[in-house]
Design a protein around this ligand. Structure first.
Ligand code: DC
Length: 221
């Protein structure tokens, strides 16, 4: 069985950076499942599809022409690496992600990332729905104010404009939508809780690697 580590958590909790580093350390593949929801929303916007048309959006998800390479993402042959990280795309993604038909459609695409020697997958329902048999499940979070500050720093670093107050409001609204929705809501479930409010990325990575090494059947990684 190919091992999977799932890292779920709310927006801007830092799970992407942590998951990527854990994957790099172990030589595992990495799945950023949120990217698939962002890309579905982006493709829908580009095609002029409203974000409430569930069946049409399911078709958009099914036909996503996506290519990931060396940290960049192409949608239909266009580099959308920066565009898909905008706050408006994040908002759209959280609406699209609430639709059960879209989630069902993206399931097989996500599971196809499980390849040897292993996978680190981050998102909201990686441990609860997509990879329920994962050998290690982590729920990574931080206080909303800290997440807003981190997202602000990221956007400013990328040369984008941002307001902390707006980001905090957005984060709270998205937390509520992700946790309250009927389809695969964000829940901690049986995952190990990792609150990174007072932790660096390196500390979080070390903690996850320690948990992983304690998993049954894992030796000397
Ligand atoms: O992790 P992110 O901010 O890139 O995710 C974008 C949106 O997609 C977010 O609102 C939650 C949603 N999402 C989800 O519902 N399930 C996942 N496995 C990953 C992301």
């Amino acid at each position: 069985m190919i091992p999977v580590i799932t890292i779920d958590g709310p927006s801007a909790s830092g799970k992407g950076s942590v998951a990527e580093r854990v994957a790099l350390h172990l030589g595992f593949h990495y799945l950023d499942s949120g990217a698939l929801y962002r890309l579905t929303a982006l493709a829908a916007r580009q095609a002029g599809v409203s974000l409430e048309q569930e069946t049409v959006l399911q078709g958009v998800a099914q036909n996503l022409d996506v290519h990931f390479e060396a940290g960049n993402t192409w949608l239909g042959g266009h580099d959308v690496t920066t565009l898909m990280r905008s706050e408006s795309c994040a908002r759209d993604a959280s609406m699209v992600a609430a639709l059960p038909a879209v989630r069902r459609e993206l399931l097989a695409r996500q599971r196809a990332f499980r390849q040897s020697p292993g996978l680190v997958a981050d998102g909201r329902d990686m441990g609860s729905v997509v990879f329920p048999d994962a050998c290690l499940k982590v729920f990574l979070t931080a206080k909303p104010e800290i997440r807003a500050q981190r997202r602000y720093n990221q956007l400013i670093e990328k040369g984008m404009s941002a307001s902390i107050d707006n980001l905090l409001q957005d984060i709270r609204a998205r937390d509520a939508r992700d946790a309250m929705r009927g389809a695969s809501p964000l829940v901690q479930g049986e995952a190990h809780l990792l609150d990174t409010s007072d932790q660096t990325i390196d500390q979080a990575v070390r903690q996850i690697l320690t948990w992983y090494r304690d998993c049954p059947g894992v030796r000397g990684t």
